[in-house]
Design a protein around this ligand. Structure first.
Ligand SMILES: [Mg+2]
Length: 192
């Protein structure tokens, strides 16, 4: 039996956002000041122009995204959840990254039921389409949009997603805690 439809973001949620920032910084021969990683706009953190960042991203997205580092315990936790839930990845990545993302998930032995690459940060319609029960995200704006539309969100803690949350969002700190939160939700939904 499948209990929940779980939607999961990719960048910064299953992958390590600090690794990506380091990668970009190395490319531009810059040093990362982590105190400034309080916003999810890499060009602002590294004080380069948006155009420079976009050009870099277009040129290197295939190479660098294929080398993304996963957060601790992601594979074990998602594969366990997959046994009794539907797992849908929902990413703002653009369509040009669809095949690479599919291969990346498969090469890392992550089990899942679907992948949506939206090319946009707006995820509410996709969450509705997938009848999402819980959304796992690292982006505060996405979390707020989704929660205001009535979806439960687990926000994985980062330096750039600090801020006030509402009752539909719970801040979590790692994937082991996410597993336990999802199990708690399943138990409470099925309590007699
Ligand atoms: Mg993300």
């Amino acid at each position: 039996m499948k209990y929940l439809n779980i939607c999961i973001d990719i960048d910064g949620t299953i992958t390590d956002p600090y690794f990506w920032l380091e990668r970009v910084a190395n490319h531009f021969w810059l040093t990362v000041n982590y105190d400034e990683f309080i916003q999810y706009e890499f060009h602002k953190v590294l004080k380069i122009s948006e155009m420079e960042y976009d050009k870099f991203y277009e040129e290197h997205k295939l190479e660098y995204h294929s080398e993304d580092i996963l957060r601790n315990s992601v594979v074990e936790v998602i594969n366990e959840l997959y046994n009794y839930n539907n797992i849908y990845f929902v990413s703002a990545r653009d369509k040009s990254l669809e095949m690479l993302t599919l291969s990346y998930l498969k090469n890392n032995n992550i089990s899942f039921d679907g992948l949506s690459v939206l090319g946009s940060h707006y995820k509410v319609n996709e969450a509705k389409k997938l009848k999402c029960d819980i959304f796992i995200e690292d982006n505060l704006n996405n979390a707020l949009n989704l929660s205001e539309a009535g979806f439960k969100v687990l926000l994985i803690n980062t330096t750039y997603n600090q801020g006030e949350l509402n009752e539909n969002i719970k801040r979590t700190y790692n994937w082991i805690q996410i597993l336990s939160e999802v199990k708690t939700l399943i138990y409470s939904n099925n309590a007699v």
